[in-house]
Design a binder for this molecule. Structure first.
Ligand code: RIB
Ligand code: CA
Length: 314
C-alpha cells in the first residue's frame, strides 16, 4: 500500500523552514505538491525568494512556489531577524532560482490544489497562519477538501519563545491562528513542548561540514545563525528543528507521541497575546472542544539521523 502523502507546505522561509523544505523533498512518504510563502521570520518578498531559491538548490524547480500574505490579519508584522538574519537564511547566499515567477496568489493556488486532490491534501504550516486563515475566509468549503493540517506552533506546558507567553508563529498572527483552531480542520500540532526537544547537536551539525554537496553545505553554514543565538541565550550549541517536526511526522509518525486536547488562542490580552491555551493538563471534560492532537514527545535520535542522512544524500 502506497504511503506517499501529497503535502502543501506554507512557510515563512527562515533557516529552520529551509531545513524542513530540504528534508521534505527527500522523505520517501512525502510528495510536495506546492509551497506558499507568508510574512513572518522576514518579509514575504524575502520568504518567497528564499523558498524559491532553496528548492532550486535541491533541483526541484518543478514545484511551484506562491507568494501569500505580506502582513498578519490585524496586528502589525513582527519579524525574527535575530534568529534568521535580515535575509532569512542566516546571510548565506545561494543561487537565484530560474523558475518562472508564479503570479497566482497563495490562497487561490492552495484552494485549487485542495479541490484537485479531492480531500487527500495534507497542509503543513510552519509559519504564521495568515495564508491558511485567508483561504478559509475566501473559500468556506476549503476545510472539506483538506485531509489534515499539521502545524508547527504554540506552546502548551512550556513558556513562549517570542514573549514569555507566546510562540512566534502564533504570536505573529494570533487572529489567523484562532481562525484555524476553530475551523474544524483535523489538526496535529507541534508546539515548542516537542520542537525544543527535537534538536541537532553541534556534533551532528559538524558531520555536515565536509559533505561534498551544496545542500549539506548550505544547511551547515546557515545553521550558524540560530545556533549563535541559542548559545547567546544559554540554550547550548544546538539547533531546534522546529519546522522539520511536522514533516518527519508525516513520513514517520511512529517517532512522535501526543495527546488529544482542546487548543485555542488568546487574542485579547496584551500580556499573553498569542498564547495557545489548552485543557491538555486539566482532566475535566467540559472545558474545551477537543480540536487537536498535540505532540509532546519525540524519538530525537531517530529524527536527527533521518534529517542528517537526508542532507548527506543530496
Ligand atoms: O517558534 C518557531 C517558529 O517560528 C518556526 O517556524 C520558525 O521558523 C519561526 O517561524
Ligand atoms: Ca517557520
Amino acid at each position: 500500500m502506497n504511503n506517499i502523502r501529497p503535502v502543501w507546505i506554507d512557510t515563512d522561509t527562515g533557516v529552520d523552514d529551509a531545513f524542513a523544505l530540504v528534508s521534505a523533498l527527500r522523505l520517501p512518504n512525502i510528495d510536495v505538491v506546492g509551497i506558499s510563502t507568508v510574512a513572518g521570520n522576514v518579509e514575504v518578498e524575502k520568504t518567497f525568494k528564499n523558498a524559491r531559491n532553496v528548492i532550486s538548490l535541491c533541483q526541484r524547480e518543478d514545484i511551484k512556489v506562491y507568494k501569500g500574505a505580506d502582513k498578519p490579519l490585524i496586528v502589525p508584522l513582527h519579524t525574527a531577524y535575530a534568529v534568521h538574519g535580515e535575509d532569512g537564511l542566516g546571510g548565506v547566499v545561494i543561487p537565484k532560482s530560474k523558475a518562472d515567477i508564479e503570479k497566482e496568489n497563495a490562497y487561490d493556488a492552495l484552494y485549487k490544489k485542495a479541490k484537485e486532490l479531492n480531500g487527500e491534501l495534507v497542509v503543513c504550516a510552519v509559519g504564521p497562519l495568515t495564508n491558511i486563515a485567508i483561504t478559509i475566509f475566501k473559500y468556506p468549503d476549503f476545510v472539506n477538501y483538506v485531509k489534515e493540517i499539521v502545524i508547527m506552533g504554540g506552546s502548551i506546558g512550556v513558556g513562549g519563545n517570542t514573549t514569555i507567553a507566546a510562540e512566534f508563529n502564533i504570536y505573529v498572527d494570533p487572529h489567523a491562528a484562532q481562525t484555524v483552531f476553530k475551523s474544524g480542520l483535523k489538526i496535529t500540532l507541534f508546539p515548542l513542548d516537542v520542537t525544543m526537544k527535537t534538536v541537532l547537536t553541534r556534533d551532528e551539525l559538524e558531520s555536515l561540514k565536509d559533505v561534498d554537496n551544496d545542500v549539506a553545505r548550505f544547511c551547515y553554514t546557515s545553521s550558524n545563525a540560530p545556533t549563535s543565538l541559542y548559545k547567546h541565550l544559554g540554550l547550548g550549541d544546538l539547533m531546534c528543528l522546529h519546522d522539520t517536526c511536522p514533516l518527519v511526522y508525516l513520513n514517520s509518525p511512529e517517532l512522535f507521541f501526543g495527546k488529544e486536547a482542546g487548543v485555542y488562542v488568546e487574542t485579547l490580552s496584551e500580556i499573553s497575546l498569542g498564547r495557545t491555551v489548552s485543557d491538555l493538563y486539566v482532566h475535566r471534560d467540559e472545558l474545551f472542544d477537543t480540536n487537536a492532537m498535540v505532540m509532546l514527545d519525540v524519538k530525537r535520535d531517530e529524527v536527527a539521523k533521518i534529517v542528517i542522512d537526508t542532507f548527506k544524500a543530496y
